[in-house]
Write a protein of this length. Structure first.
Length: 416
């Protein structure tokens, strides 16, 4: 059965949300979202309104690089508002199809499998897309674009390369469009899943287009890139066997997790601050529920243009709830696999949870020291519960790289 996959993106999401919240039209307002924490003219914009995009400004640009003849005003980012609006849009999708058929790809982008709903609505996929985009507009004021395809890859590329240019914001690709449309996209880094680094590696093999990639010897690609080489070749042919249900696997055991979408590019060593803050949040949840963990996971997602990520885990010798032990192991994972690319999302998970009703004795650690550390952590937890999360902060939380203080404030972790 042919699939009908939609990839829906909210146009200039952050800037549009800011405009609409102020009663302004995103398409006539010269608004820029930039963090004042990063300085003045050296700050990088988080987003620019569609009005400024029409004047040639990219979404991310340093303020001093904006031409002097372009007038604009700056507003600071408001994470809590963006998360709220994103949830509103997902609830609109859920009014049309089941959450099981929705994959939230990012704060402003989702995949929808509408295959089993077209007969129910007695609509084509294009007609249903128009209805969904209109519902988003009517209920939130946001403008969205939609790519439609027989799989996630073609839907995403149709949205990225064509839908944004069409008047109705919709583009549908089928397998028949592969040679006419997909093969002629250039440069390669414009294609979902191929970043600048991979583009250079492919160029070194005289591969400059998806057509070149599709016609290249599969075995040579596999020898050069492993399983990724086969995936690249399949994508060049318009083939993508992944499904939304692949992202819906249930954890087989108790686990806790936390992820953070970053509102600017992070590199090492700044990202260590974020990893540590998330680790400490999760360890606090462990202590609150009297759990300890033995298996820890780290997931790093690079900036959108690189369409790349890595995810690895390690099983500890002894279950624990101590932040420093867990952080040091997560840092080892990160240092081993990090490729020096800009990071936009960090996810950490703890599994193999068990009740903290015993103490593991070993020759190298003093039990009295452990008890002191544990009591100190519990005291800090008590103070934060009483006076708010910002009542006690590590010195690292005052660094520019930290998001703890700001997130605690915006997400209600403070007391007036």
């Amino acid at each position: 059965m042919d699939k009908h996959i939609m990839c829906i993106d909210l146009k200039s999401f952050f800037a549009s949300v800011e405009c609409i919240d102020r009663g302004l039209d995103p398409f006539t307002t010269p608004l820029v979202v930039a963090s004042k924490r990063e300085g003045s003219n050296g700050a990088i914009t988080l987003a620019v309104a569609p009005y400024l995009k029409k004047q040639g400004l990219p979404s991310r640009i340093r303020l001093y690089e904006i031409p002097k003849n372009i007038k604009y005003f700056i507003v600071p980012p408001r994470m809590k508002l963006y998360v709220k609006k994103s949830k509103e849009v997902v609830s609109i999708y859920a009014n049309f199809i089941s959450l099981d058929d929705i994959h939230i790809y990012s704060i402003d982008e989702c995949f929808l499998d509408v295959t089993n709903y077209l007969k129910f609505y007695k609509m084509s996929d294009i007609e249903l897309a128009k209805k969904i985009l209109q519902a988003i507009k009517d209920k939130t004021g946001l403008t969205a674009t939609c790519g439609i395809g027989p799989n996630l890859f073609l839907a995403k590329v149709a949205m990225d390369t064509e839908a944004k240019k069409n008047n109705d914001g919709i583009a549908k690709w089928t397998f028949e469009d592969v040679e006419a449309k997909l093969w002629h996209i250039a440069p390669l880094s414009k294609v979902w899943g191929i970043g600048p680094r991979m583009e250079k590696r492919l160029n070194a093999l005289n591969i400059y287009s998806l057509k070149d990639l599709a016609l290249y010897d599969t075995q040579k690609l596999k020898a050069k890139f492993g399983v990724l080489g086969i995936e690249l070749h399949n994508h060049a042919l318009g083939i993508d066997n992944s499904e939304i249900k692949d992202f819906k696997t249930e954890a087989k055991e108790k686990s806790i997790s936390e992820s953070q979408v970053l509102f600017r590019d992070y590199y090492a060593p700044d990202i260590y601050v974020i990893i540590r803050e998330i680790t400490e949040n999760l360890c606090r949840r462990l202590r609150t529920n009297n759990f300890i963990t033995k298996t820890i996971y780290l997931h790093i997602t690079y900036s959108k243009e690189y369409q790349s990520s890595f995810s690895h885990h390690v099983t500890l010798d002894t279950a624990t709830d101590f932040p420093l032990i867990i952080y040091n192991n997560l840092k080892l994972i990160f240092d081993k696999y990090y490729e020096n690319l800009p990071i936009r999302k960090v996810g950490i998970a703890f599994s193999s949870l068990s009740l903290n009703n015993y103490q593991q004795l070993d020759m190298f650690n003093n039990i009295e020291d452990k008890e002191k550390d544990s009591n100190l952590l519990k005291t800090v937890d008590m103070i934060k519960d009483t006076f708010g999360k910002n009542s006690i902060l590590k010195a690292s939380s005052l660094l520019d790289a930290s998001t703890a203080k700001e997130r605690n404030h915006m997400l209600g972790g403070h007391h007036e």
